[in-house]
Design a protein around this ligand. Sequence first.
Ligand SMILES: [Zn+2]
Length: 265
Amino acid sequence: MNYYWGMIVKIMNEKLIYEAGEFLKKAKYPIVLSGAGVSADSGIPTFRNSDSLSTKASYFGYYKNFINDPKLWWEDQLDTNKNEQRTKFRNSVEQAIPNQSHYAIAELELNNIIKHVITQNVDELHYRAGSKNVIEIHGSRYKCRCVKCEKRFSRESMDISILPPICECGGIIKFDTVLFGEAIPRSVLKNCIDVVSKSDFILVVGTSSLVNPSANFPKYIKKNGGMIVEANINTTPISSIAKIILRGSTSNILPILSDYILKKN
Ligand SMILES: [Zn+2]
């Protein structure tokens, strides 16, 4: 698969990647929006098949269930035998290591090309690859969050002897990952809007661009006169408004882009 996509990218895309690189070099405030496709080559499922939404919902859970009975929700979440597929998915996240996509994005950020990464992924792989300015719009698998004051805690530090854990502000604490039906935390959304409103170039990588509010970020930037470059294995709703489409696996495309910009080839 990788070799196949590598060849396709090489033959079809190289010129387009360089073209995207020229635009990226000229941009004042380039950002990345990343989704599941970026972590696919790290072995984390992307939920692309037909039952993807219901499968995903069964792994992440519904916010209404948490609100109705936080104690029961916690007990369910901590029970690794309850949902075998969910446990398998979580293990795949926890065992994953960054791939070439994450490293290429981190390298572009460390060289002050990319200013921010907004990711829909909960796996922290951007951080582990070296990125610093990451906004985790759907939270992190490794953290918990108070639903009232939005303070985040490492999951390991959480005292779960009494459920549900309660924050010092009196709010109930849940996993940081955003559940189905749960609003994006206000502070996170504000950070996203700050970054998006400054941006004139967005590299949309490995996301189907179907889930709001992330799906609106590229549209907003384009409306403000900015540019969209998309890297994705599939056609997405963003493809029709992107200036350049780089079709293929992001772990093949992004290193070529990064090497071109940083003059490594
Ligand atoms: Zn709190």
